[in-house]
Design a protein around this ligand. Structure first.
Ligand code: PEP
Ligand code: MG
Length: 586
């Protein structure tokens, strides 16, 4: 049956494909007492699930691309070895018989006992296997119920439907033919949304119950520009959508041409256009989409991917790849920003806590100083000819800046490194924005994290689709705060970057140019279109647009004015899709 739905437009683009439904809900395991005559059946169920799990992993291993070696292969080999371990299987089989329980309970009990033992071992390799163990247990449980969460089975033209996805999930699925993503929850600046945008996967989020409405294999159309999703479109629509998809592919090719432009306005004001990256696999994309530097590497994804934090050498190797990826003086490594919607496996907070206001970013790092010093050592060791830029997230008071500087200086002295780094602060809390002038006296650059600055200033949870209608960069409070931060930085003669999603929103770019920001850093896929816009507009006009906007009193008036004036002045000079994006910007 044809169904048309509206969600939040997350990542622009058009996708036409077939539904793959992903069940990522955690399996809930109950203890059920089984009668004598069912025990054998439970044992067989368990052994059958082990077999299916093993076959799936063998097939993933067979299909591994050449680039997929190292860690990925280690995990697979470890998991297959566990599934082939007859002693382990026998332990579960015996548990079912001895305790007279269902297979699910037996697996959970035996694996929990094993994980406890792993946890106590000093060996780093074994500790790293803890997360693999957890996922292996989940896989066997899913196979007991015939539920798939498998990436190796995705056919070409798959559109992934899920209740929620982590940013790491998005990265993994992107490698496996996923041409579109639709989720029940999530909003514009959730981290899975940011990664989907970066990778250019058309995405719509916040549909609330799409997972309950689809059947695997349904035909699905996604318009990531508008946030429209159509299930089982009719024949005429299909024809129309195929044409829209072809136009979109043409636009994508055009984008790569814009990637070569320099980041400067028509009246020759240079503004560096940099990439935000989450994982090092994005570096190639950053290069081909014209990134002039790395404006922010969100290192937490290196940490959230495993239950144990990577050691100094592992981090060093990782950061070195970032340092050498582009021929650019701008390489910005942001220190760990755990918290908010980013947690390592097993460290997720209780639902009742408010993680966005909790032990996040620098607060966590200053409490976990051993870990923090390790990260700083790895960053400083990786700096090359150009100074590496260390960016500190979630600063809310000056003493955090001073404490962090002291740690960096101590670590540099231990290492005997000269003055090979610059330190910058993320301005993403209202308090940091208000004291930006004092912060500027202490650091080499500022980077405005509008994703959080908007969340904290407007008191709107950035990942909650129910309040996303309130989340907007056009609020006068936001524009005034950012303008104040830019002035504070410039009065202290330091550069200022904007690295939140606002930097990639076409309708916001003239406002930021008008304020005089020196750099814009964004999801990779947006780089070419922002370069094209920048090359079309002038600083002079942008200043006038900003001045007029700052006189207006509501976000509605500002947005309406900005949309209109950009389209009037420059609408004829860039593609219709960009005009559409400006007209529909929120
Ligand atoms: C921000 O808050 O704007 C930012 C860039 O950081 P993150 O999105 O990782 O919180
Ligand atoms: Mg932030």
């Amino acid at each position: 049956m044809r169904v048309e739905l509206e969600g939040i437009a997350i990542s622009p683009g058009i996708a036409l494909g077939n539904v793959v439904l992903l069940d990522r809900t955690k399996m809930i395991v109950e203890r059920i007492r089984v009668e004598d005559n069912v025990i054998e059946r439970e044992k067989e169920r368990f052994l059958g699930a082990v077999n299916r799990s093993k076959n799936q992993l063998l097939s993933i291993k067979e299909n591994l691309g050449h680039g997929d070696t190292g860690e990925h292969l280690d995990i697979l080999n470890f998991s297959i070895m566990m599934l082939e371990d007859e002693l382990l299987s026998q332990e579960v089989v015996d548990f079912i018989g001895a305790e007279q329980v269902n297979a699910e309970w037996a697996i959970n009990s035996v694996l929990t006992k094993k994980s406890e033992a792993f946890r106590k071992v000093e060996d780093v390799y074994m500790k790293e296997r803890l997360a693999d163990f957890y996922y292996l247990g989940e896989r066997i449980l899913r196979n007991l119920h015939g539920v798939h969460d498998e990436i190796s089975y995705l056919a070409a033209e798959s559109v992934l439907i899920a209740h929620d996805l982590s940013a790491v999930d998005v990265v993994s699925y992107a490698k496996h033919h996923v041409i579109g993503i639709v989720t029940d929850i999530g909003a514009f600046t959730s981290h899975s949304a940011i990664v989907a945008k970066s990778l250019g996967i058309p995405t719509v989020m916040g549909l609330e119950d799409i997972t309950a409405r689809v059947t695997p294999g349904d035909a699905i159309f996604i318009d990531g520009f508008k946030g429209t999703v159509i299930l089982n479109p009719d024949k005429n629509e299909l024809k129309k959508f195929k044409k829209r998809r072809a136009d979109y592919i043409k636009l994508e090719k055009q984008l790569l041409k814009y990637a070569k432009l320099q980041g400067k306005t028509l009246d020759n004001v240079e503004i560096s256009i940099n990439a935000n990256i989450e994982i090092i696999e994005e570096l190639d994309l950053a290069r081909s989409y014209g990134a002039e530097g790395i404006g922010m590497y969100r290192t937490e994804f290196l940490f959230t991917n495993s239950v144990y934090f990577p050691d100094e050498d592992e981090q060093y190797e990782n950061y070195q790849k970032v340092v050498s990826a582009l021929d650019s003086p701008i390489v910005t490594i942001r220190t760990l920003d755990i918290g908010g919607d980013k947690f390592p496996v097993g460290m997720e907070p209780s639902k009742r806590l408010n993680p966005a206001l909790g032990l996040r970013g620098i607060r966590f790092s200053l409490q976990e100083q051993d870990m923090f010093r390790k990260q700083i050592r790895a960053i400083l060791r990786s700096s090359a000819e150009n100074k590496i830029r260390i960016l500190i997230p979630m600063i809310s008071k000056l003493s955090e800046v001073l404490d962090t500087k002291k740690i960096i200086e101590e670590v540099a002295e231990e290492l005997g490194t000269g003055n090979t780094w610059e330190i910058g602060v993320m301005i993403e809390t209202p308090s940091a924005a208000i004291i930006a002038s004092d912060i500027s006296e202490e650091v080499d650059f500022l980077s405005i994290g509008t994703n959080d600055l908007i969340q904290y200033t407007l008191a709107v949870d950035r990942i909650n689709e129910h309040v996303s209608y309130l989340y907007t960069p056009f609020h006068p409070a936001i524009l005034r705060l950012i303008a104040g931060v830019v002035d504070a930085a410039h009065k202290n003669s330091i550069p200022v970057s904007v690295c939140g999603e606002m930097a990639s929103q076409l309708s916001c770019v003239p406002l930021l140019v008008g304020m005089g920001v020196d750099e814009l850093s964004m999801n990779i896929h947006s780089i070419p279109k922002v370069k094209k816009l920048l090359n079309t507009i002038t600083e002079k006009d942008s200043k006038e647009i900003l001045e007029n906007s700052l006189k207006l009193k509501t976000e509605f008036d500002i947005r309406t004015y900005v949309r209109k004036v950009i389209v009037q002045r420059w609408g004829d000079d860039f593609p219709a899709e960009f005009v559409e994006e400006i007209v529909t910007s929120v």
